[in-house]
Design a protein around this ligand. Structure first.
Ligand code: GTB
Length: 216
């Protein structure tokens, strides 16, 4: 069954890989599934054809036969369940890897997104100068806790899993702020994720699309 995802026609990050199609591409590459990409403009995302796939008018979406998914957590989880490579077979280890996926999306990503909003969507508001350092401190708190848990391990809980894929994807978004470098073991963890061949292929594909060098 062929797989089609959607991505920004032109990502606002110009190909830095920070838009959420990258994590889906990465998961697809990790499990060795070929996929097509339909590129959508901001306007098309809000039109009925796309809203049928994604109720909030966003990317990415995932189509596989008559299955339509939105939310990167659900998409990566689906891929991890359907194909070997992203979740351990042992039941407890599998549950733990899934917990890390939720932790990435529910406990780490929210304050990172708050920073993006505070800086870029509310940067011209009078409260922004005071709000940004508060949000940065909330991110530091979570990253400090995560750094302590990771210690000198390569991955969060044994072998690389969908939990790491999601956590690395979320942490990447903190790099432009400089916060990631305050936690050398997390910076190294993210670099390990980026060094994976599957990530490299995913990054290259979105880079090609966003820089006009569409590959296939
Ligand atoms: N919870 C959803 C998921 O995980 O799938 C969130 C999906 C989402 O936020 N999609 C964004 C979107 O479609 C793109 S990824 N936004 C358009 C809209 O809402 O109208 C967020 C994103 C956008 C831009 C950058 N960037 O330029 O660095 C990074 C991330």
């Amino acid at each position: 069954m062929s797989i089609t995802i959607t991505a920004f026609e032109r990502s606002p990050d110009g190909g830095k890989g920070l838009a959420r199609d990258t994590r889906v591409r990465w998961a697809l590459e990790e499990v060795g599934q070929p996929y097509d990409v339909r590129y959508v403009s901001f306007q098309a995302m809000k039109e009925s054809a796309h809203l049928r796939l994604h109720p909030f008018g966003q990317i990415p979406t995932y189509e596989e036969g008559d299955l339509v998914l939105f939310e990167t957590g659900a998409i990566v989880f689906h891929l991890a369940e359907q194909h070997p490579g992203l979740l351990p077979t042992d039941a407890h280890a599998r549950a733990s890897a899934i917990a890390w996926m939720f932790a990435a999306l529910n406990s780490v990503e929210p304050s990172i997104l708050e920073l993006v909003v505070a800086k870029f969507q509310e940067g011209d508001k009078p409260w922004s100068k005071e709000r940004v350092p508060l949000v940065m401190d909330r991110i530091r708190l979570r990253l400090g806790q995560l750094s302590t848990r990771l210690g000198d391990a390569d991955w969060l809980d044994g072998a690389f899993s969908a939990g790491d894929l999601m956590m690395v994807s979320v942490l990447l978004r903190t790099r432009p702020s400089g916060i990631l470098d305050e936690f050398p073991n997390l910076a190294a963890y993210v670099a390990r994720g980026e060094a994976r061949p599957a990530y490299q292929r995913a990054f290259a594909a979105q880079w090609a699309a966003n820089t006009g060098q569409l590959a296939g």
